[in-house]
Design a protein around this ligand. Structure first.
Ligand code: HEM
Ligand code: HEM
Length: 144
């Protein structure tokens, strides 16, 4: 059960990274064009993937935390602190940025500003996510 959740969480990483890149490129490339349905849809898919990742991440966190006998050692152990504190906190911030970036479409501002704001928020989220993915301890291929 938990292995399945972790594999799903791992797979969603790639979807999020690809969707972030596509959103950023599309918004920057279309700066001078109207903020169209296609931009909204791309933002929505990104947001849905981010929210599912959040839900799955919270699930893994809850299960692993309840199985941990000595919780007082989390902050003093580098690996445990990354897993239970740093990774979740940084990723939740990134997901909030993605959610705000997706919400830009509904704002009463010019289309140029919508493209710029969304792309900037997604870019910050992308950098944060790239930094906080546990590259060295996770498999690049989900399930392997
Ligand atoms: C821990 C779980 C989750 C939390 C805390 C959460 C939180 C939120 C919040 C705060 C918003 C409002 C954003 C706004 O102001 O526009 C929102 C919207 C939304 N969430 Fe989630 N969410 C979660 C899980 C999910 C899941 C599992 C999905 C998809 C399967 C999902 C899909 C969406 C969609 C489609 C919207 C509306 C987007 C729009 O504005 O059109 N969320 N969520
Ligand atoms: C954009 C958001 C996120 C991305 C891209 C991401 C990515 C990843 C990746 C690639 C792994 C390794 C998976 C594996 O070993 O197969 C992982 C593990 C994990 N993630 Fe996330 N994550 C995100 C958000 C979150 C959130 C919001 C939480 C919790 C609230 C969370 C909790 C965890 C936990 C507990 C693990 C297990 C770590 C371990 O067993 O060492 N993640 N994450």
């Amino acid at each position: 059960m938990l292995k399945g959740l972790l594999d799903l969480h791992n797979l969603l990483r790639w979807l999020i990274l690809i969707l972030l890149l596509v959103n950023i490129i599309k918004n920057y490339a279309d700066l001078k064009k109207p903020f169209a349905k296609a931009h909204k849809k791309l933002g929505l898919w990104l947001m849905i993937c981010a929210h599912i990742t959040l839900l799955v991440g919270l699930g893994i966190l809850a299960v692993d935390l309840s199985a941990l006998a000595d919780k007082s050692g989390i902050m003093s152990n580098e690996a445990l602190r990354f897993k239970f504190v740093e990774h979740p906190v940084a990723m939740i911030i990134a997901i909030v940025l993605i959610t705000i970036g997706k919400g830009v479409a509904k704002k009463d501002i010019s289309d140029l500003k919508k493209h710029r704001k969304a792309a900037t928020l997604f870019l910050i989220a992308l950098i944060l996510i790239l930094i906080m993915i546990p590259w060295s301890t996770s498999s690049l291929v989900p399930g392997m």
